[in-house]
Ligand binder design. Structure first.
Ligand code: NDP
Length: 282
């Protein structure tokens, strides 16, 4: 059984980004990521700090725009538009979740598609569906990198994705389909879930439930990608997969922590670099 380490792979991806950022800088372009953070959700603060640290590590300029919890939707939309128009900003994201009084979709839709490094705007989602060049959401993009690194070619394989969220499950199913896997997308209303999972050569878990996938749900030799990040009462992090039992059945598995989460962070840097490269090529 192979453990597909996000740590080593993310370090390699970051090294590549760093080199290409240096090349861009030599041509007078400083790649810049703007992150808008509204309110003080503790988890969001941690994520945004991580993004800032990653950018600095790779030579990307990081601008964090902090706005209070009480920010009105119009004010936030104005800030988004300001970043859209600022030519020195290449990548722009609004950290989710937003406070309840703000319409998340309206804010996402205001982001200029060419700066949408999260890949959440309808334009990028649509391009992903029709197979055009686009910004791919970072988590599923990271999962695909992990499969590649493990030498897993999805072509002709049965893939099962657990979870149909817009940021993970749905784009993951699209990427696996584009890579010629035969994909089943499961959710809370799927019948005979364990039977469906047992058919998977590639099983991706993104349900948000600690240790939800057990060994009985896994086909011997399957490749298991664990997207889940759950905090247990003990304070420890664990995935959506019961690593201990499943690792004795799978041929390869990603760990939590040290797996998909690190790749998600790395892919944001890749997308930001690409946004800067595209803008420099104009
Ligand atoms: P959501 O809560 O948006 O979606 C969860 C999905 O799981 C839904 O589609 C839901 O179905 C499905 N689901 C829930 N219960 C069951 C069940 N019993 N059987 C089958 N399907 C079920 O979560 P996200 O996609 O945002 O995140 C999923 C997990 O991944 C979380 O643990 C999150 O923390 C983690 N995550 C990790 C990232 C990383 O970088 N590693 C990045 C983003 C998320 P339905 O649609 O029917 O409700």
């Amino acid at each position: 059984m192979t453990t597909i380490s996000g740590k080593e792979l993310a370090a390699r991806v970051k090294e590549r980004v760093k080199e290409q950022v240096a090349e861009l800088k030599a041509r007078g372009v400083v790649p810049c990521l703007a992150v808008i953070l509204v309110g003080d959700n503790p988890a969001s603060r941690v994520y945004v700090n991580g993004k800032e640290k990653d950018c600095i590590e790779c030579g990307i300029e990081s601008r964090v725009i902090r706005m209070p919890e009480t920010t009105a939707q119009d004010e936030l939309l104005r800030e988004v538009r300001r970043c859209n128009e600022d030519a020195s900003v290449h990548g722009l994201l609004v950290q989710l979740p937003l406070p309840e009084h703000i319409d998340e979709r309206a804010v996402i839709e205001a982001i200029a598609p060419e700066k949408d490094v999260d890949g959440f705007t309808p334009v990028n989602v649509g391009r992903l569906v029709v197979g055009e060049r686009c910004f791919v959401p970072c988590t599923p993009a990271g999962c695909m990198e992990m499969l590649r690194a493990a030498g897993v070619d999805p072509a002709g394989k049965r893939a099962v994705v657990l979870g149909r969220s817009n940021i993970v499950g749905k784009p993951m199913a699209l990427l696996l389909t584009a890579a010629n896997a035969t994909v089943t997308l499961c959710h809370s209303r799927t019948g005979n879930l364990a039977d469906v999972c047992r058919e998977a050569d590639i099983l991706v878990a993104a349900v948000g439930k600690p240790r939800f996938v057990t060994a009985e749900m896994v086909k011997p030799g399957a490749v298991v990608i664990d997207v889940g990040i759950n905090r247990l009462d003990t304070g420890k992090l664990c995935g959506d997969v019961d690593f201990e039992s499943v690792s004795s059945k799978a041929s390869a598995i990603t760990p939590v922590p040290g797996g998909v989460g690190l790749m998600t962070r790395a892919m944001l840097l890749v997308n930001t670099l690409e946004a800067a490269q595209r803008s420099a090529a104009k």
